[in-house]
Design a protein around this ligand. Structure first.
Ligand SMILES: *Cc1c(COP(=O)(O)O)cnc(C)c1O
Length: 424
């Protein structure tokens, strides 16, 4: 079974086959994985090296699926856009994820090819006609989100007025306080959502409401507030609801950002759902991306030049570090210097320039590293499993990167996500 890559503008990550390591060709490929330091010593990578921790991804998924199941008995839909790498998807499957939030024809094909038994939910509110037709007729997708009457008409026409649709109305939320606010782009205003709910009730056996509070949402109460709004819309529509989808946005730790524990989010959602007075058969869904995969991938870069407290490295904002650019994310960093004794130099703050010739290819950080860091050293940056590798471009020809599987723990723990992976 071949994979269809969901990106074609950039060279796919090249799988590095490490001595003593089984390349992951299936979920049984657990072999003995090296540590990041061992892999750096072996490969001396001059290109960015993505280090997947499959056991961390699987364990994190299992913790999340269990927590959401325990809180509301609900289904966890992994938001594929966050990291569509097949090895990551396989690790999520191994961790018990069976539902996928897909948003494009490429994501539909990729997930269906990898997992014939997966349940796909097409959660983009503005879809192409051919995309809807292929999703329904070729790939077995039954659930579609919408936020307008035009989209509803399109879905009905392209599925030939199918009688087995799940139609989910996406609600707009007031501007929130997520790091990435997504309130402006998608979602129906409350009055429109009321009309849409009444309309979908007449044509679909399964209907629901969804929303997205924004990514890296640090406030559990945001989910409760959004559920209150959903409750008002449902009550006004006066229709029976089969699905409530609380979206994604669940946060992870970054340096200086420690979110409330996962259970606080689950408790807020459980409180909000309890007030909705849903019919007994109704399901609750969520669509996490970042929370499931951020800790599961790190990136090893090499120092090409040092100028004071600025390091020129071999990946940047046009590669896997776009969140370190204008969004200003800081990532946990550690020095990897396999051929010398470990340094006892104190930590200092550094900013980075990426490899392209664009001066906007700059990452202010500061990233904390030993003060004696020098050209040729490697740096491991953590928490890059979410919105890292998938945002790479081929700009300026810096399109090569390697992918390996490692045994290390994450560089940072997120409260409530703690995984049982043994320290490598
Ligand atoms: C991106 C996205 C998600 C995932 O968001 P995270 O912040 O990564 O959890 C979930 N649902 C929708 C509709 C999205 O667009």
């Amino acid at each position: 079974m071949g994979f269809i890559r969901s990106r074609s503008a950039v060279t796919p990550l090249r799988r590095g086959v490490t001595a003593g390591t089984t390349p992951a060709t299936g979920s049984a490929a657990t072999g003995r994985r090296p540590t990041v330091a061992q892999a750096v010593a072996l490969h001396r990578p001059e290109e960015p090296m993505h280090c997947i921790r499959p056991a961390v991804v699987s364990d994190t998924a299992r913790v999340f699926v269990d927590a959401f199941g325990g809180a509301v008995g609900g289904d966890v839909l992994y938001a594929v856009k966050c990291n569509p790498e097949p090895a990551v998807l396989r690790a999520l499957w191994d961790g018990g994820v069976r539902h996928f939030d897909v948003a494009s024809p490429g994501e539909v094909r990729l997930v269906r090819q990898m997992f014939p038994q997966a349940v796909l939910h097409y959660m983009h509110p503005v879809k192409g006609r051919q995309a809807i037709r292929a999703a329904y007729h070729q790939y077995g997708v039954r659930d579609f989100v919408l936020d307008s009457a035009e989209e509803l008409a399109k879905i009905l026409e392209e599925t030939d007025h199918a009688a087995d649709l799940g139609l989910i109305v996406r609600l707009a939320l007031p501007r929130g306080n997520a790091v990435y606010d997504l309130s402006g782009k998608f979602g129906a205003a409350a009055a429109d959502a009321v009309a849409l709910l009444r309309a979908v009730r007449t044509v679909a056996p399964k209907i629901g409401v969804s929303f997205h509070v924004g990514s890296q949402m640090l406030d559990p109460a945001a989910y409760e507030r959004a559920l209150e709004l959903a409750g008002r819309v449902i009550a006004e529509a006066g229709v029976s609801i089969d699905v409530v989808d609380v979206g994604g946005g669940f946060p992870v730790s970054y340096p200086d950002v420690t979110p409330p524990p996962l259970d606080d989010f689950m408790a807020a959602i459980a409180r909000g759902v309890a007030k909705l007075d849903l019919p007994a058969h109704a399901r609750v869904w969520c669509e996490p991306g970042r929370a499931l995969v951020a800790a599961g991938v790190s990136l090893v870069v090499q120092v090409m030049k040092r100028a004071g407290d600025v390091l020129y490295i071999n990946d940047g904002v046009y590669g896997s570090l776009s969140d370190a650019g204008v969004p200003g994310f800081r990532f946990p960093a550690r020095l990897i210097r396999p051929f010398e004794a470990m340094t006892d130099a104190p930590a200092a703050g550094f900013s980075f320039y990426g490899p392209t010739c664009d001066s906007a290819d700059r990452m202010n950080g500061p990233f904390l590293l030993p003060a004696d860091i020098k050209v040729g050293d490697w740096i491991e940056l953590g928490q890059l499993g979410a919105y890292g590798g998938c945002l790479r471009t081929a700009f300026n020809g810096f399109d090569q990167a390697r992918l390996i599987e490692v045994a290390d723990r994450p560089l940072l723990e997120t409260p409530g996500h703690e995984v049982s992976v043994r320290a490598a």
